[in-house]
Design a protein around this ligand. Structure first.
Ligand code: G3H
Length: 254
């Protein structure tokens, strides 16, 4: 099957130029498994993207944290997919729960963004995940399925999409999903892809977990059969991000 382990570091709205230099130096000096074993992508804020891209080791890549939903133009404050492509930025994170919650990004809007970014040649880390209330009311699978459907409705080729399952209650809270909880939802997402996008898409799409992943809990999560990597927030600003990248070696069949 050969889904390559994927570890993304989402720096969110953090960092000074001095801190960014320090993080990049730490990443550049670290020993990590080869590119055949793990794909590592870090996502600095827009203003640091070209700087990080120019300094970062060649076996790591960069991602933007968002981009505009259509061709650029008179959209003050936005960054277009075309600009990212022009700068050689290969990846973009879309549909992060912080944007869904704080900026009212609805499922359909996220689906449109994913489709437009792909159409311009970007690769997309597409985020889905339920709130605590939704989990407690038993609607986790329905919620992540609806979020995934909104993407599938606009996209036919999944080759350049990594699906990130990020339960909102686990993000930045220190309350990581248990390996069983993560596996259960990843299994359901893969089943949804199987039933709605086909067996090949289900078998090849990487489904990564995000939400309080750290150097201590990553190995047990990585050992779950449907966990193909991580989207890391807080710990991606620290040296333990390297330990998380190293958890790729837990997989037998990479
Ligand atoms: O994109 C990353 C997620 O929001 C996870 O953040 P966290 O690792 O700080 O919980």
């Amino acid at each position: 099957m050969g889904r390559k382990f994927f570890v993304g570091g989402n720096w969110k709205c953090n960092g000074t130029i001095e801190e960014v230099k320090k993080i990049v130096t730490t990443l550049n000096e670290a020993e990590v498994p080869s590119e055949d074993v793990v794909e590592v992508v870090v996502s600095p804020p827009f203003v640091f993207l070209p700087f990080v891209k120019s300094l970062l080791r060649s076996d790591f890549q960069v991602a933007a944290q968002n981009c505009w939903v259509r061709k650029g133009g008179a959209f003050t404050g936005e960054i277009s997919a075309e600009m990212l492509v022009n700068l050689g930025v290969p990846w973009v994170i879309l549909g992060h729960s912080e944007r869904r919650a704080l900026l009212n990004e609805a499922n359909e809007f996220v689906g449109d963004k994913v489709a437009y970014a792909l159409s311009q040649g970007l690769k997309v880390i597409a985020c889905v995940g339920e709130t605590l209330e939704q989990r407690e009311s038993g609607s986790t699978v329905a919620v992540v399925a609806a979020q995934t459907k909104a993407i599938a409705d606009k996209v036919s080729n999944w080759a350049h999409i990594v699906l990130a399952y990020e339960p909102v209650w686990a993000i930045g809270t220190g309350k990581v999903a248990t390996p069983a909880q993560a596996q259960e939802v990843h299994f359901e997402l893969r089943k949804w892809l199987h039933d709605n996008a086909g067996a090949e898409v289900a078998a090849s799409t990487r489904i990564i977990y995000g939400g309080s992943v750290n150097g201590a809990n990553c190995k047990e999560l990585a050992a779950q059969p449907d966990v193909d990597g991580f989207l890391v927030g807080g710990a991606s600003l620290k040296p333990e991000f390297i330990d998380i990248a190293k958890s790729a070696t837990v997989k037998k069949n990479v």
